[in-house]
Design a protein around this ligand. Structure first.
Ligand SMILES: O=C([S-])c1cc(C(=O)S)c[n+]([C@@H]2O[C@H](COP(=O)(O)O)[C@@H](O)[C@H]2O)c1
Ligand code: NI
Length: 424
């Protein structure tokens, strides 16, 4: 990738008030992996070829790694859709498997550009670590099977070379679908999602679908979790091209990975993803709501709102809204069920665009007062301050201690701080 990805999460369309500040932002070449039918190493590589990575880029990778394999690139039909499919064939008989050390020796003996070699190295180690963990063995004992492990190497090196050829700045992925059931492998029957896949997907957004089969292979999981800086709906962008990479199996839907290539605006702010939890009650003792609030806040709620509402049968009630980090949803819902009379909680994902913020200490005539500073960055990468707010508790304490009005303490802080308040 051309640039280091600066933002961890950047997903949802910004509102108009934010757009006002983002005009003239940099264009980021963006790849969105639409994994509606899962992802595997060859689906990823095929989608990039379909997106316009020349076959020669892949042939060069094979030459640089001196791999005894040939490639077949086909145009295939998956149900009603055309897609690219790739088959890696051995030129000469290969050992049925290779260890990590043996694959690393092939990688290190090759002449891949250093950034691509390093990304392949990372993925191979992540795959081997996941395998070792689920089989309870040492990483040195892990074996890569398909075409003696060379297929994995082609998928990884080809994908990273393709991303580099397309000069992609940032990669995002959809949440990942998981099938269920069992599959046959060189080690016998294992559950699907494969254990190594589950290991690699830890902490990533997934959803189950009622389908017996494998949608995400370990190599696919290693690739998507290494490439994508976040998982969610597509970011705001102008999409220019879509590549279709065929999976090897046939399902009742087109078994394809779609790779969307587009241009997104660089953002000047911080972003993350949250989940909004909401319910309304008309029969919970309102005396208990402050207690609910404190429990939700202690359990990690980012914000809690109570809004008066007229509910069914004209009853006055309260809409309870809690903003949750993605990791705390079930803990917070549990608290809402425990402390209210509701029978259900709605949820939806919501992206947040945030100012970066920091606390500074300001010396004033009334003593030291903390100041919260909210800032973004301009196109030159310079910090731009949008908001400054003296901490209420500090001001109230100083007002009491010095016997002055709190508004005078506020003013003293604003006068004393030497922060440039220029806005864009
Ligand atoms: O140990 C073997 S043979 C093995 C283990 C696992 C685990 O998750 S553990 C998974 N698989 C399956 O092999 C194929 C190929 O996967 P790639 O990532 O190499 O494309 C796939 O079906 C895995 O689930 C094998
Ligand atoms: Ni395994």
């Amino acid at each position: 990738m051309r640039k280091k990805i600066r933002k961890e999460e950047r997903h949802f369309p910004p509102g108009d008030h934010i757009l006002r500040y983002t005009h003239g932002a940099n264009k980021m070449k963006t790849l969105y992996l639409d994994c509606f039918s899962g992802i595997s190493g060859d689906m990823c590589l095929s989608a990039l070829l379909d997106l316009g990575v020349p076959a020669d880029v892949l042939k060069k990778v094979i030459e640089q790694l001196q791999l005894p394999v040939t490639l077949e690139i086909h145009s295939v039909k998956k149900n009603s859709l055309r897609a690219t499919s790739i088959t890696v064939r051995e030129k000469e008989p290969q050992p049925c498997s290779r260890t990590l050390k043996q694959l690393m020796a092939v990688l290190e003996a090759g002449r891949l550009p250093a950034p691509i070699r390093s990304q392949v190295d990372t993925c191979l180690h992540r795959l081997a670590t996941a395998e070792a963990s689920v089989h309870g063995t040492a990483i040195e004992e892990v074996h890569f099977h398909e075409v003696g492990g060379l297929d994995t190497l082609v998928d990884l090196a080809g994908t990273f070379a393709g991303i580099s050829y397309l000069e992609i700045d940032q990669v995002f992925s959809s949440p990942l679908p998981l099938g269920r059931g069992a599959i046959k492998t060189a080690h016998g029957i294992i559950p699907t999602p494969a254990p190594a896949t589950m290991e690699l997907l830890q902490g990533k957004p997934t959803y189950g679908i009622p389908f017996e089969g494998e949608l995400i292979t370990p190599t696919g999981a290693a690739l998507v979790t290494t490439l994508a800086s976040s998982f969610g709906p597509p970011p705001p962008a102008r999409w220019m091209r879509v590549g279709y990479g065929a999976g090897s199996q046939d399902f009742s839907w087109p078994n394809i990975l779609r790779a969307w290539l587009g241009e997104a605006d660089d953002t000047l702010f911080d972003e993350d993803q949250t989940v909004v939890l909401e319910t309304q009650v008309d029969d919970t003792n309102p005396e208990f709501l402050p207690y609910l609030r404190s429990r939700l806040e202690e359990a990690g709620a980012l914000d809690v709102l109570f809004t008066p509402a007229i509910m069914k049968k004209g009853r006055p009630g309260t809409v309870i809204t809690a903003l949750s980090p993605q990791t705390q949803v079930y803990s917070l819902v549990n608290i809402i069920f425990q402390e209210t009379t509701t029978l259900g909680v709605r949820w939806h994902r919501a992206g947040r665009i945030k100012l970066h913020h920091e606390i500074q200490e300001v010396n004033t005539v009334h003593g030291k007062i903390r100041l919260k500073v909210g800032y973004g960055y301009n196109q030159a990468g310079e910090k731009v301050i949008y908001n400054m707010a003296p901490e209420y508790e500090d001001c109230a304490q100083a007002a009491k201690d010095k016997g002055v009005a709190i508004k005078d303490v506020y003013q003293a802080v604003m006068k004393a701080c030497k922060i440039d308040t220029q806005r864009p």
